[in-house]
Design a protein around this ligand. Structure first.
Ligand code: ATP
Ligand code: MG
Length: 585
């Protein structure tokens, strides 16, 4: 091979790059990150929730992985790689085979043995540790992997945001006791802050509900703040309190009602269908109404009461009830069977003895209430909680509302939207007890390992980064996760000086460690600029005949749109300095 060909080969030329950009917005994409990832030629869909990463998309993924890996290693994490396919036996041992439900991809081998595709790896890692760890001297141990996870999501959507196959970093900590777990939890919390800062993202750690993964200790989610986020978070305007809306505790507030003077009365309410209708029909505020909802948790039923102006928080409800695999509103037929009326007429007065009545903490504070009468088109007015109807349990069951007082400091709470990119959990001994991951302490006493688990949605982080960093023209990558730092655009491919200088600058930049591509396509400059903006390269160097005749090239920053002319001789060094500064944080 001659020299020229050799030289040409190590230039990453856009003419050779598999980067199919699209002008049209693909119909299937709803949110901006999904649209832009398709348009910028970063991913392509294979099937619902399954994507191929094209070269530029994969580079972003690998960069985030490297940041995650560095931060895990810095905290003493040891990288392993576990099988994606997991035997059902382990899931049966932990009790999750039945609990995980339809999200678990299940399969059988040729011998009819059952397996699943790992949605998470607590079982496998705990099985590993029970076989390998014997003594307190081997603890703590932090093991992690970066790998595809599989979840048959009810609604796979938004591209990489909610896939059925996605890349997760999962680390599991094993400690002797709660104090050790806490120490590692703090370490991981800190590492997560560093990861998302290093990715150049604006994020917030929030208190979270541990959800299906279980465990009784604490949990935090890391939310990238973006209006399109699926999660609602509340944060305090006065202190550092922040929580997922689902988790945020509320202070019960009494209404200003006065106690009724007369007796509870049954009133006809023809045509009234909703809480709004009822409030208008009776001319009472919604805060004087009690919503009564019949819920079914596995085989059991419960009557749930909450003030008419509040929203029920099903996660709090399920936690209060002890955690059902499936908790849902009872079907109309069941309501009819138990209470003899339709769901819209349900109320707490005179319900069967065996039906547990669970109320939000504000209901007992009501002096008088309007509630369903278990009779079509009728309601009770002036019903007194605790007197006219029974309440068996009282819990905080409602959604917090922006403007309410922070329980920590009293300042008003605010609301923001967030994308969950990571979560940390204190698992305790849930899995080590179930699977028998024990160690011998100094006195030879056998104890259960105390576990934590810590996940980063690596692929979702790409989508979150785009949601947070884009404009009408395309993606604006934060430097640390950009597929390449810089693109060189030849505005004229006919001009030999332009072409030669572009190759030369490419080599100079590459020698300085700058990640660079060269748009050598025989396209109009405007087309190349559009693509460069769409893909979101942080820096663009443009070589045109006119400026180059004066020994100058144009340097443009994607984020600010700032453009200035730079001497060819100074270009590489200037680019390098801008990148170094951006990577320093
Ligand atoms: P979600 O509530 O969004 O379904 P999760 O709480 O079930 O997520 P975890 O079990 O906490 O998810 O998983 C760790 C991380 O993996 C999440 O914080 C998220 O960033 C990422 N993740 C979870 N499910 C998906 C998915 N379907 N597609 C892409 N990333 C995901
Ligand atoms: Mg989570």
């Amino acid at each position: 091979m001659n020299d020229k060909i050799m030289k040409g080969m190590d230039i990453m030329r856009v003419s050779q790059l598999l980067n199919p950009t699209l002008r049209e917005v693909p119909a299937e994409a709803e949110i901006i990150s999904h649209k832009l990832m398709l348009r910028a030629g970063l991913i392509r869909k294979s099937a619902s929730g399954l994507y191929t990463y094209l070269p530029l998309g994969l580079r972003v993924l690998r960069k985030i992985e490297s940041i995650v890996r560095e931060e895990m290693d810095a905290k003493g994490g040891q990288e392993v790689l576990m099988p994606i396919m997991q035997p059902a036996e382990l899931w049966k041992e932990s009790g999750r085979w039945d609990v995980y439900g339809a999200e678990l991809f299940r399969l059988k081998d040729r011998h009819n043995r059952e397996f699943c595709l790992g949605p998470t790896h607590e079982e496998i890692i705990t099985d590993l540790v029970r076989g390998e760890i014997r003594s307190y001297k081997q603890l703590p141990v932090l093991l992690y992997q970066i790998q595809n996870k599989y979840r048959d999501e009810r609604r796979p959507r938004f591209g990489l945001m909610r896939g059925r196959e996605f890349v997760m970093k999962d680390l599991y900590s094993f400690d002797r006791d709660e104090a050790g777990l806490h120490e590692n939890y703090v370490k991981m919390y800190d590492a997560y802050c560093r990861i998302f800062s290093r990715c150049g993202l604006t994020y917030r750690p929030v208190e979270a509900d541990p959800g299906a993964i279980g465990g009784t200790g604490g949990s935090h989610e890391f939310m990238v703040l973006a209006d399109s986020g699926e999660n609602s978070v509340v944060y305090c305007s006065g202190c550092d309190y922040a929580a997922n809306m689902e988790k945020s505790e509320c202070r019960p507030q009494a209404t200003e009602d006065t106690a009724p003077e007369g007796q509870r009365a049954l009133v006809p309410t023809p045509g009234v269908k909703s809480i709004d209708d009822l409030s208008k029909f009776l001319a009472v505020p919604k805060s004087s109404l009690v919503k009564s909802l019949l819920y079914q948790g596995d085989e059991k039923t419960f009557l749930v009461l909450i003030r008419g102006d509040r929203t029920l928080n099903e996660i709090k409800l399920n936690n209060a009830l002890g955690g059902f695999i499936s908790l849902q509103l009872a079907a109309p037929e069941l309501v009819e069977n138990i209470l003899g009326c339709g769901p819209g007429s349900v109320g707490p007065v005179g319900v069967p003895e065996g039906l547990m009545v669970i109320a939000d903490a504000e209901v007992p504070l009501m002096k008088r209430a309007v509630c369903g009468a278990n009779k079509a088109e009728h309601h009770y007015v002036d019903a007194i909680p605790g007197q006219d109807f029974r309440i068996d349990q009282v819990h905080d069951l409602r959604m917090v509302e922006p403007g309410e007082e922070c329980l920590k400091c009293g300042a008003p709470l605010k609301e923001a939207r967030g994308i969950e990119v990571g979560q940390v959990f204190k698992l305790g001994t849930k899995y080590s007890k179930a699977l028998g991951a024990n160690y011998l302490d100094e006195n030879g006493v056998e104890k259960s390992c105390v576990m934590g688990c810590y996940g980063v949605g690596v692929s979702r982080t790409i989508a979150a980064a785009i949601e947070q960093n884009h404009d009408d023209n395309g993606i604006i990558w934060p430097m640390p996760i950009a597929p390449y730092h810089c693109i060189i655009v030849t505005a004229s491919t006919k001009d030999a000086l332009v072409v030669e200088t572009a190759d030369k600058l490419y080599q100079e930049l590459k020698n300085l460690g700058v990640e660079v591509v060269l748009d050598d396509r025989d396209e109009r400059a405007g087309v190349k600029f559009k693509d460069a903006d769409l893909v979101g390269y942080p820096l663009r160097v443009t070589l045109g005949s006119k400026t180059l005749a004066n020994g100058q090239v144009e340097l443009r920053e994607r984020k600010t749109g700032e453009t200035h002319l730079v001497q060819v001789a100074d270009l590489a060094q200037q680019v390098k300095e801008i990148i170094d500064k951006a990577l320093l944080c």
